[in-house]
Ligand binder design. Structure first.
Ligand SMILES: Nc1ncnc2c1ncn2[C@@H]1O[C@H](COP(=O)(O)OP(=O)(O)OP(=O)(O)O)[C@@H](O)[C@H]1O
Ligand SMILES: [Mg+2]
Length: 389
């Protein structure tokens, strides 16, 4: 389980060291940094798929994603002024659990010879054992293009390996024989699953019947909803599936029709003579069913991240959705970003009911920087970043 998430210099996240729980709920007013935190977590996951450099370049590169404020907080009454930087420009992302941690340090490219001016360089990367990076816990260390690995007795191997400046060690070195620690970290991070505003508009992929195969993981666009539903019904918790529908829409039932392997989702409701197809459901109803399929997955990931799942749901559906989220915490760690206080409260109630440890973190903004409400420096988990050579 991830115990700590740390970010420095990414958008409004000047410096954030966030303790996570089995179920972490991040909330806060508009502009406090919720989406930035979500995107920081996505960037970390991208590193394991060798997409972090490209994802950052797509956001405008370091010039637009780096913290735009001063290095030191501005004292009351003073105005932020252009100051001379004393340290190097570093965008830092990392996380740690009880078993291991990983951190990534990105900086601007040196030399102006390349046309890919928005691509940041990976300056350092570290993998360590246990919750805190220390020289003694370090398992793999990359500085620039050089990588040091430990042998199976824990001693540093002679010589260094080389990786390109724009590629993560997670994709370049994840060879089980050579670098088992790197492979372990990469596989764990590749299992992280993100859902962000799944489409429910008129032309949403989830509304169209399509060829279905066994689908233990709902896709990001929800296109395979009917197949995912049928998979849960056959190999997953089918009782929970029916209960989730009944709790939200009393007396209703979902059916999956398979014609020549084309799967279609139907909702049978009291008072109607025929079931309605996914194409006919309201946005909110379809969205709720998508969340049911995503949260009751028969293949839970190491971390499930939901961005504003309450979007377009009627307040009556917040409690049933919160119940599903709290239930999912039995098999997976969850990170939920929400701007709806009502949903955060529903999650508190449902987590308590399910006996799940919930960490509610409210973000606030002070002097342009994102802070966690009520978290002083001394409440932060211990955290050290890799050092540049
Ligand atoms: N490079 C940057 N440096 C400093 N602050 C930035 C930078 N880029 C964006 N911001 C600011 O960071 C703040 C947080 O934005 P973010 O989108 O994460 O907020 P949010 O909590 O998701 O808000 P909302 O509820 O409106 O979606 C915004 O006020 C934005 O203007
Ligand atoms: Mg946002």
């Amino acid at each position: 389980m991830i115990k700590t998430l740390a970010v420095e210099n990414y958008r409004s996240l000047r410096r954030l060291v966030l303790p996570l729980g089995r179920l972490t709920v991040v909330t806060g007013a508009n502009g406090t940094g919720k989406s930035s935190l979500y995107r920081a977590l996505r960037l970390l996951a991208d590193a394991a798929r060798d997409g972090a450099v490209a994802a950052l370049a797509a956001e405008g590169g370091l010039p637009s994603t780096l913290w735009a404020g001063p290095e030191q907080p501005v004292r009351d009454g003073k105005r932020a002024q252009g100051t001379v930087r004393t340290g190097p420009v570093r965008l830092l992302l990392g996380y740690a659990g009880d078993d291991f941690g990983y951190a990534l340090d990105l900086g601007p490219p040196v030399g102006g010879a390349s046309a890919f001016a928005l691509d940041p360089e990976i300056k350092c990367e570290s993998i360590w054992a246990g919750p805190v990076l220390r020289p003694a816990t370090l398992l793999t260390e990359r500085t620039g293009t050089s990588v040091r690995l430990r042998d199976d007795k824990g001693a540093w191997r002679k010589g260094v390996l080389r990786v390109p400046l724009f590629d993560s060690i997670l994709s370049e070195l994840a060879d089980p024989g050579n670098a088992p620690d790197v492979l372990r970290v990469r596989e764990r991070m590749r299992s992280w699953r993100f859902y962000d505003h799944v489409r429910t508009d008129r032309d949403a992929p989830a509304r169209v019947p399509r060829i279905g195969t066994r689908t233990p993981v709902l896709s990001h666009d929800g296109a395979d909803l009917a197949a995912a539903w049928e998979t849960i019904r056959e190999i997953g918790d089918h009782a929970a599936l029916d209960e989730a529908v009944d709790r939200a829409f009393p007396g209703s039932r979902v059916e999956v029709r398979a014609d020549d392997a084309r799967f279609e989702l139907l909702l049978r409701q009291p008072g109607l003579l025929r079931p309605l197809s996914a194409a006919e459901l309201s946005d909110g109803t379809l969205r709720y069913l998508l969340w049911v399929a995503a949260l009751l997955t028969p293949r839970p990931p190491a971390l499930l991240v939901l961005n504003e799942p309450e979007t377009s749901l009627h307040p009556d559906l917040l409690r049933p959705l919160a119940g599903l989220v709290a239930g999912a915490a039995a098999t997976t760690q969850l990170f939920v970003v929400t701007h709806a206080r009502a949903f955060a409260s529903a999650l508190e109630v449902e987590a308590e009911r399910a006996g799940v440890d919930l960490a509610l973190r409210e973000l606030v903004k002070e002097g342009g920087r994102t802070l966690v409400e009520g978290q002083g420096r001394l409440d932060e988990p211990l955290w050290y970043w890799p050092t540049r050579a």
